[in-house]
Design a binder for this molecule. Structure first.
Ligand code: PDD
Length: 287
């Protein structure tokens, strides 16, 4: 089956999909992206993801490449062509092609829009065996609220985690607090039964899954606190887990070389995952 990518107005064979060598995304990481999860052929939380894309574009003063309506159409057409049932849609917008100069081009460029899809194994209500995380210093810039393609610190942190037998890196700031994962948000359940995740500001990405899980936690009447938590507090926690569009809610069973709780996925994480999958299955699709 041919796999398609969408590149600046055309659906092209994925193997031959290319952008210009002077695309500012390629040369300067001058661009933003979004990842939307797909379950049973349905987009999860499409609207908040597209809202966040708009916000990232606005923050960097990159023009919208197409209208929201058109983007919704392109996403669906690519999913249809690629027969995507379970996986993700990746979309990327850069400032476009221009002669290399750090400053914005003086004559406005047409932003580049690229979309791909990826099939993943079916993500279900079962939280699985859990994952290990490895702490790494958070050496990123101070605008982590923008979902830019400039991901080198995240790449290096994730690689260090993988080389240490961990699936994800937990980034730790100068105060010793966990900000978030390399590509996920970080949560703990304290010994007192408080659900804790760091407050959103320019230090982390306001995850869409994180936002949805906040509502779910409220519905379940869990005690949720948004505040910084230290790496040592996390290691003492009863439970820990990560959230993202592609991992949903995934329990963390080890931080560095220390088991979390009894070293097994905890009841809160498992419950939240079940509820999240229920939400994904019943949510209305809104553009
Ligand atoms: N990552 N924090 C960071 C740094 C991320 O890159 C992501 C998403 C998240 C979770 O956000 P959301 O719940 O909206 O997926 C938090 C995507 C999945 C990625 O880069 O592939």
């Amino acid at each position: 089956m041919a796999r398609y990518a969408y590149v600046n107005g055309r659906y092209v064979d994925h193997r031959e999909a290319t952008v210009h060598i002077e695309d500012r995304g390629y040369q300067l990481a001058d661009g933003v992206y979004e990842v939307v999860g797909v379950r049973d052929g349905k987009l999860i939380d499409e609207k908040p993801h597209l809202d966040r894309l708009d916000r990232s574009l606005n923050e960097l003063r990159i023009a919208q490449p197409v209208s929201r309506r058109t983007l919704g159409f392109i996403i669906r057409e690519l999913m249809r062509r690629n027969r995507l049932r379970d996986g993700l849609v990746y979309m990327q917008v850069t400032r476009g092609v221009a002669r290399r100069d750090h400053a914005f081009p003086t004559t406005p460029t047409k932003p580049s829009l690229v979309l791909t899809t990826k099939n993943t194994r079916h993500l279900g209500a079962d939280a699985g065996p859990g994952i290990a995380v490895k702490s790494q210093p958070d050496i990123r810039w101070e605008r982590c609220d923008i979902k830019t393609v400039a991901l080198l610190p995240n790449v290096l942190a994730k690689q260090a985690a993988r080389e240490n037998g961990a699936y994800e890196a937990w980034l730790v700031d100068a105060a010793g607090c966990v900000t978030e994962g390399a590509s996920t948000n970080a949560w703990i359940v304290t010994k007192e039964g408080e659900l804790v995740t760091r407050q959103t500001d320019s230090g982390i990405l306001a995850g869409i899954t994180r936002g949805t899980l906040k509502s779910i936690a409220n519905t379940l009447q869990l005690r949720l606190v948004e505040r910084p938590f230290s790496l040592s507090e996390a290691k003492q926690a009863r439970e820990a887990f990560i959230t993202s569009a592609t991992s949903f809610v995934t329990p963390v069973i080890r931080i560095d070389d220390q088991p979390v709780g009894d070293g097994k996925p905890g009841p809160t994480a498992r419950r939240l995952r079940e509820e999240y999958v229920r939400f994904a299955d019943t949510a209305e699709v809104v553009i």
